[in-house]
Write a protein of this length. Structure first.
Length: 165
């Protein structure tokens, strides 16, 4: 390294000598410092390349399908209802309603989903044949806005009144 710089300008030789002495005092050489810097740049290039590759792979994931495949709420609703046959927008409406009810209730979203399923089953058992509408048999009906207040009071009378006034 210093050979290339010396060939360029003789006035730079005192600065190179000073640099070499300082580096020697630290137990290294100009060539070692340059090699270390090149290794570091190479490692950074690999890191940046890996980050870009990872971002490409992440962008290829269908996050809606992934989320639905790992969601415990979705699994509970799929097991108990025809939730899987619904379109994405309807399923998302159910999930958001359950999420809103769980927030601030002291219960998990899974608890809310199980309570909604139980409420729909109970309504089906208590209703005479043919008198129950399809929506009353649907667990998604209870957490949504139309029946939310009634669902809160019938399902969690004390906790809802204490926390949500």
């Amino acid at each position: 390294m210093d050979h290339r710089l010396r060939d360029q300008d003789l006035a730079i030789e005192p600065a190179l000598r000073w640099l070499t002495e300082r580096l020697a005092a630290q137990g290294t050489t100009p060539d070692r410092v340059i090699q270390d810097e090149l290794r570091l740049q190479g490692a950074l290039n690999v890191t940046v390349r890996n980050v870009i590759t990872s971002m490409r792979l992440i962008s290829e994931i269908d996050w809606a399908n992934f989320f639905q495949s790992v969601s415990l709420v979705d699994a509970a609703l799929r097991a108990a209802t025809d939730f899987e046959a619904m379109d994405f927008a309807t399923r998302d409406l159910y999930r958001r309603a359950i999420e809103r009810l769980a927030r601030g209730s002291g219960h998990t979203e899974l608890d809310v989903a199980h309570r909604a399923i139980a409420r729909a089953r109970k309504a089906a058992q208590l209703s005479p044949q043919g008198k129950l509408s399809d929506r009353d048999r649907d667990p998604g009906y209870y957490p949504r806005r139309q029946r939310r207040a009634q669902f809160r009071t019938r399902t969690w009378i004390s906790p809802w009144r204490r926390q949500n006034g």
